[in-house]
Design a protein around this ligand. Structure first.
Ligand SMILES: Cc1cc2nc3c(=O)[nH]c(=O)nc-3n(C[C@H](O)[C@H](O)[C@H](O)COP(=O)(O)OP(=O)(O)OC[C@H]3O[C@@H](n4cnc5c(N)ncnc54)[C@H](O)[C@@H]3O)c2cc1C
Length: 136
C-alpha cells in the first residue's frame, strides 16, 4: 500500500465502498479504503439484504429510490450479477395509522418512489397465506 493517498475512506462497509466507488466513478484516482477487519464484516455482512424505498423520512426515500438504479443495473454498473430480485414490499398498518401511512406514501411518491395503495382483498390475492384478520 502506498504511503499517501488523495482520499482515505475509513471502513470497508457498504458506505465506505459506495463512497469509494462513487468517487472513482467521478474521476478520482487516489482513493484508498482502510478496513480494520475484513470488507463487509460490520453491519453490511449481517444485513438481510432487503432493499426498500418505503421510508417515512422523504430524504431517505429519495436516496433509496435513487440507489435502486444501481441494483437494477448492477451488471452494467458494477460488472456482475449481484443476485438482486425484486419481489415488492407490502406495508400494513392498523386502522388508526392508515392516515399516517397515506401521508407517508404521498411523500414517497413526491420523490419518485413507485408505490400504491391496495386494500386487504388485493393483499390477500398477492399473499394468500397471510392472516389479515384484525385482532383486538
Ligand atoms: C442484522 C442486520 C440486518 C440488516 N438488514 C438490513 C436490510 O435488510 N436492509 C438494509 O437496507 N439494511 C439492513 N441493515 C442495516 C445495514 O446493514 C447497515 O445500515 C449498513 O450495512 C451500514 O453500512 P456501513 O458501511 O455504514 O457500516 P458497516 O457495514 O458496519 O461498516 C463499517 C466498517 O468500518 C470498519 N471500521 C470501523 N472503525 C474502523 C477503523 N477505525 N478503522 C478501519 N475500519 C474501521 C468496520 O470494521 C466495518 O467493516 C441490517 C443490519 C443488521 C445488523
Amino acid at each position: 500500500m502506498s504511503e499517501s493517498t488523495d482520499v482515505l475512506v475509513v471502513g470497508g462497509g457498504l458506505q465506505g465502498c459506495a463512497a469509494a466507488w462513487a468517487l472513482t466513478g467521478r474521476g478520482a484516482t487516489g482513493v484508498t479504503i482502510v478496513e480494520r477487519a475484513t470488507v463487509g464484516s460490520g453491519g453490511t455482512g449481517k444485513s438481510s439484504g432487503v432493499v426498500r424505498c418505503h421510508y417515512g423520512v422523504a430524504s431517505l426515500a429519495a436516496m433509496a429510490t435513487r440507489a435502486l438504479d444501481v441494483f437494477e443495473n448492477a451488471v452494467d454498473l458494477l460488472g456482475d450479477d449481484i443476485g438482486f430480485h425484486q419481489t415488492s414490499y407490502i406495508v400494513g398498518v392498523d386502522p388508526e395509522n392508515v392516515e399516517a401511512l397515506h401521508a407517508s406514501v404521498a411523500g414517497q411518491r413526491a420523490v419518485g418512489v413507485r408505490t400504491e395503495d391496495i386494500d386487504p382483498t388485493e393483499v390477500q390475492k398477492l399473499w394468500p397465506v397471510a392472516d389479515l384478520c384484525c385482532r383486538a
